[in-house]
Every structure is written in structure tokens, then in C-alpha cells.
Design a protein around this ligand. Structure first.
Ligand code: EPS
Length: 404
């Protein structure tokens, strides 16, 4: 079987976003409603722009699924862009004249506009920005949702929360996963501490007033991940490397960390690495899974999880914890200096409708990426053509771990 993979296509204001995902096993229960829940979550968050009021992202499954079950064939997904109705004249794929008045010639610092026009030999930055736009992440969330559905079958669940907006940090010490997940899900900014939310909102409101934008950091947590996903033997199979690649490939993400991340630099080895322990008591093993979000790993466990669930490029049975930092969005309503592509004169960069802060949405996208990477690694380890076959392989592994 081919490695799980996907491709997205579509421009921000074109007719639709399209995704094809290949390598999903047969027999997985799936519905558009399930995917739509994640699409709706991506659309939320204080600080989003007017576009999110225009769109109500819903997916149409147009291949690979029959009567609610995957067939093992490529799954094709379509998300219609409602805004295309307004942009039709500009974005119609059929041959025609472009409106000179609407050509974008003043690239935005921090966006793909300038390197894109130079690289692709374009005079209109719209030919670049339409694809570079974070609108594409809607398609990735749909793909990630299918991966989430698969992982769910094996007790793996993934959630996210925002830990920093514009330098205002959320301290989640002492909160259990369920509290973090529920609080984040009920918060306009996906934060687990409601008391910091108003401060953050005020920062975003002020930035908007000043024509500015705000970035931040989100965290994604995956629980129930069995030991042994990823591979220490080859550089391009390491789980942490693949998570970093996937997350960094998302629009505006500038850095990724695993577990304790960059803080390891401030600490000695003895307070960074997680001591290993063992229990052969089945009730205790059960409790570790239930209360600490651990996945199967025989009776072995760690007394802390600074490693974020990954050692040597492989999952170690502890919850996987990754963070990603998002830069403030590059479209400023009080724009920075730029140069006109035609005249080469100095001008302010173009103003395009955009978001002031999209960190909560990026966190939902981060979940999708983590779901994809974990599903890919999961299928490499337990791969089969049907969910039933994978379950048999998985159970066999659990039995082996339990008897180790
Ligand atoms: C987005 C759609 C876009 C932007 C945003 C995210 O819609 P529009 O360009 O029509 O306002 O709101 O994209 C960007 C932040 C960007 O830099 O392009 C979406 O669907 O998430």
C-alpha cells in the first residue's frame, strides 16, 4: 500500500478548494458531518476578518466513500468558496481579460507576494497571493479530519489550545487535559484560562484599531498514541521531524517545538529527561491510559513528559505535545513600506481584506497536521488495506507489548 498522502488545490477566491487523500484504508466510517465539525471550528476565533462571515465551510465528499464507508480508493473532497460569486470575473479559470484596475502591484512585506512574482514571472501579485493565502488550510483541515477519524478507531485523540497571543501567555500548569480541552473549546481564543482571554481580546482590538496584526503560539496534544510510531533508523521517518515539517508548512508558522522545546537549553540533563518506571498491575496500566493520556507501551511509563512523547524520533507512549509559533499576519491595514512592481517607486503595501489574529484557527489547522502525520506513521506501523486488518495488526502489537 502507498504511504498516506494528500494534495490540495484551489485559490482563495477561486471556485473551490479541492483535496485528494490517498492511502486511507477501506471500511472506515466517515461522513461529511464529521468533517464539517472541524471546518466550523477552524472558522472561529476572535480577530478573524469579514471573510469568515461570508463562508460557511462545508465539505462535499466526491470520491472514495460509499454509504458512509471508505473504499480504500483516493478520497476526493470539495469545499466551495462562497466568495467566488463576488470574485467570478477576476478569478474565472476560463480565458478572458483581466481588469487592469485590480492588478496587485504593491507586495506586502512578510507575504509571498514579492518572492512569488519574481519566481513565477508574474506582474500581478494576485497570481501568487491567491494560493499562498491561509484559505488553503480549510482543505487541510478536511484531510486532517479523515485522519482523526481513523486514529479515533484506535483510541488516539487530538486537541489544541492557544498558549500565547501577542506575548500574553497562558499558564496551564496544574490543569488536566480534559479541562484544557473543554475550556479551549469554549473560548473565543482557544485559551484554557478564561481570565487571560479578555486581556488578549483587548490587545487584538487595539491592534485592529491601529491597522496592525497579532501572532502567538498554540499547542497540540495527542493522547493514546502507542509506543513506536516514527522511526529512529532513518532521518526522514523521525516523528518529531515529520511533525515539525508538517506544522512549518502551514501559512505563517515560524517555529515548532516538541515537549519542553527551547526551554531545554536552560536546564541540566537531570531535570530535562523523563525517568522511566514500570508497572505490571493491569489496573495501574489502565489508570495511566485513562488519567494521563498515555498510549499502549506495555507496563513502561515515564515519571514526567518533558520529551513531549517522542524519544529518538519515535513515540514513547506518553502524550505527544507540540507547539507552533505563528507570526502576526502580513496584511496590515496600516501598511509597511513597499515598492510598486511597475514604477519601482516607493509606496505603501497593498491592503487586502484579512484577519487581525488567526492563532485560534491555526491551532485547529495544527490538529489536522498532527492527525495526518500520526495517521501516516500509524499506517506505516500497522498498515493494511482495511480497518479490520489494521485492527488485527494493532491488537497483535498490544499483546506483544503486554507480554514483554
Ligand atoms: C482565510 C481566508 C482569507 C483570509 C485569511 C484566511 O480570506 P480573504 O483573503 O478573502 O479575506 O481571511 O488569509 C490570510 C490570513 C492570508 O494571509 O491570506 C481563511 O479561510 O482562513
Amino acid at each position: 500500500m502507498k504511504r498516506l498522502d494528500y494534495l490540495t488545490a484551489g485559490e482563495s477566491h477561486g471556485p473551490q478548494l479541492t483535496a485528494i487523500i490517498r492511502g486511507v484504508p477501506a471500511g472506515l466510517y466517515l461522513s461529511a458531518d464529521y468533517i464539517n465539525r472541524d471546518l466550523a471550528r477552524r472558522q472561529q476565533g476572535y480577530g478573524r476578518g469579514a471573510r469568515m462571515k461570508i463562508e460557511k465551510d462545508t465539505v462535499q465528499i466526491v470520491g472514495g466513500v460509499r454509504k458512509g464507508y471508505t473504499l480504500g480508493s483516493p478520497i476526493a473532497l470539495v469545499i466551495t468558496n462562497q466568495d467566488y460569486q463576488v470574485w467570478r470575473e477576476q478569478m474565472d479559470p476560463e480565458p478572458g481579460q483581466l481588469d487592469d484596475q485590480r492588478v496587485v502591484t504593491r507586495p506586502r512585506p512578510g507575504h509571498a507576494d514579492l518572492p512569488g512574482v519574481l519566481k513565477f514571472g508574474q506582474r500581478d501579485a494576485r497570481n501568487i497571493l491567491e494560493r499562498a493565502s491561509a484559505r488553503e488550510t480549510a482543505a487541510r483541515v478536511a484531510v486532517g479530519s479523515i485522519c482523526r477519524r481513523l486514529l479515533e478507531e484506535f483510541g488516539i485523540s487530538i486537541f489544541s489550545h492557544v498558549v500565547n497571543i501577542g506575548g500574553i501567555r497562558v499558564n496551564t500548569k496544574g490543569l488536566d487535559f480534559e479541562t484544557i480541552r473543554t475550556c479551549a473549546e469554549n473560548s473565543d481564543l482557544r485559551v484554557a484560562r478564561p481570565e487571560v482571554e479578555s486581556q488578549m481580546k483587548e490587545l487584538i482590538r487595539k491592534a485592529k484599531e491601529n491597522g496592525d496584526t497579532v501572532g502567538g503560539v498554540y499547542e497540540v496534544i495527542a493522547t493514546g498514541v502507542p509506543v513506536g510510531l516514527g522511526n529512529t533508523m532513518n532521518w526522514d521517518e523521525k516523528l518529531d521531524a515529520r511533525l515539525a515539517y508538517g506544522l512549518m508548512s502551514c501559512q505563517a508558522i515560524k517555529g515548532v517545538s516538541v515537549g519542553m522545546g527551547f526551554d531545554v537549553a536552560d536546564n541540566l540533563g537531570s531535570s530535562v529527561h523523563d525517568p522511566i518506571a514500570f508497572t505490571d498491575d493491569p489496573a495501574e496500566r489502565e489508570r495511566l491510559v485513562r488519567e494521563r493520556g498515555r498510549g499502549p507501551s506495555g507496563g513502561f511509563f515515564h515519571l514526567s513528559n518533558n520529551a513531549g512523547g517522542i524519544e529518538g524520533g519515535m513515540s514513547n507512549g506518553e502524550p505527544i505535545i507540540v507547539r507552533a509559533v505563528m507570526k502576526p499576519i502580513a496584511t496590515l491595514m496600516r501598511p509597511l513600506q513597499s515598492v510598486d512592481l511597475k514604477t519601482k517607486d516607493s509606496f505603501e503595501a497593498v491592503r487586502e481584506r484579512s484577519d487581525v489574529c488567526a492563532v485560534p484557527a491555526a491551532a485547529v489547522v495544527g490538529e489536522a497536521i498532527v492527525a495526518f502525520v500520526l495517521a501516516q506513521a500509524f499506517l506505516e506501523k500497522f498498515g493494511g488495506d482495511s480497518v479490520a486488518e489494521i485492527k488485527a495488526n494493532y491488537c497483535n502489537y498490544i499483546e506483544y507489548l503486554d507480554a514483554y
